[in-house]
Design a protein around this ligand. Structure first.
Ligand SMILES: C[S@@+](CC[C@H](N)C(=O)[O-])C[C@H]1O[C@@H](n2cnc3c(N)ncnc32)[C@H](O)[C@@H]1O
Length: 265
């Protein structure tokens, strides 16, 4: 299926920016699990932020790259918590501009930059990142292999990446769609899959969220604009049928340090 162009994300981001009603739907659906300050456009919960902190293991001053950063909330939250430098990459011009505003509200503007770029072509130098996060941006990859290759290229040896993805539970080789197991893909990109962390409760949260969006349809159209509201309903209709047919996991990937690679042989 064709992936949404950046202009479509521009419409979404322009619409939801600063909308209290939009945030309230997430708060209600997520029942205390929604990190409001980060205002993610994803299934990023307090637990997700905590898992990312635990797995990235970044030192103060290190460089964290958020690929598909959107409005920047999860990356800014991490960079503030870990006292590191943040580089956010997104193909949406509106997202990149809004993410810079988000960084100001997190008081990390002087150690953050947000740039236009692609999931598989970030424009960053090789081995320049100590940590990478991708929160619900992998589904938009034209080529998963190319995106994992880009993550591997920009990670410095010893660096880690956390990537939220889904695995198809009832994978049918006759009609291959989605990924049954990310392990071989990660390995082929030259990364080690340290662990997969199950993200529980996604189905219940998203079902509650989609129900609220349907109930609030008219009010949302006024608040975020008819175009953004229409895209929101389209998302809900598209995601609803498969969300409970997949396992939602966080991949924790590591680029082995050269010393480790050598001793592995
Ligand atoms: C579901 S949103 C997640 C945003 C953010 N990570 C968060 O958690 O709030 C997916 C993001 O991926 C970005 N994106 C989608 N396709 C992309 C591509 N080919 N290159 C760069 N960014 C892309 C979108 O613009 C959007 O910001």
């Amino acid at each position: 299926m064709a992936k949404p162009p950046p202009e479509e994300f521009d419409v979404r981001f322009r619409g939801i920016w600063g909308s209290q009603l939009w945030l309230r739907t997430f708060e209600e659906a997520y029942r205390g699990e929604f990190p409001r300050e980060a205002a993610p456009l994803s299934d990023c919960t307090w637990r997700t932020l905590g898992d990312m902190v635990a797995e990235l293991r970044l030192n103060p001053g290190s460089i964290l790259v958020d690929i598909g950063c959107g409005q920047g909330g999860p990356g800014c939250w991490m960079a503030r918590a870990l006292n590191c430098e943040l580089i956010g990459i997104d193909h949406s011009k509106v997202a990149v501009e809004q993410a810079a505003e988000t960084a100001k509200s997190f008081n990390i503007a002087e150690r953050s930059t947000f740039r236009l770029g692609f999931l598989d072509a970030t424009g960053l130098p090789s081995e320049s990142a100590h940590g990478v996060i991708m929160v619900d941006s992998m589904p938009f990859a034209e080529s998963r292999t190319a995106v994992l290759g880009e993550v591997s290229r920009i990670l410095a040896p010893g660096g880690r990446a956390v990537i939220t993805v889904t695995e198809v539970l009832d994978w049918n080789p006759e009609k291959p769609k989605g990924v049954a197991d990310w392990t071989p893909l990660v390995r082929a990109a030259g990364l080690t899959l340290t662990k997969k962390i199950e993200q529980s409760g996604v189905f219940d949260r998203t079902e509650r969220l989609f129900t609220l969006w349907r109930e609030q349809r008219d009010a949302l159209a006024i608040e975020i604009g008819p175009e953004a509201a229409e895209l929101t309903y389209q998302d809900a209709e598209m995601v609803s049928p498969w969300v409970n047919k997949r396992r939602h996991v966080m991949l924790v990937c590591e680029k082995l340090a050269r010393f480790d690679v050598a001793t592995d042989r």
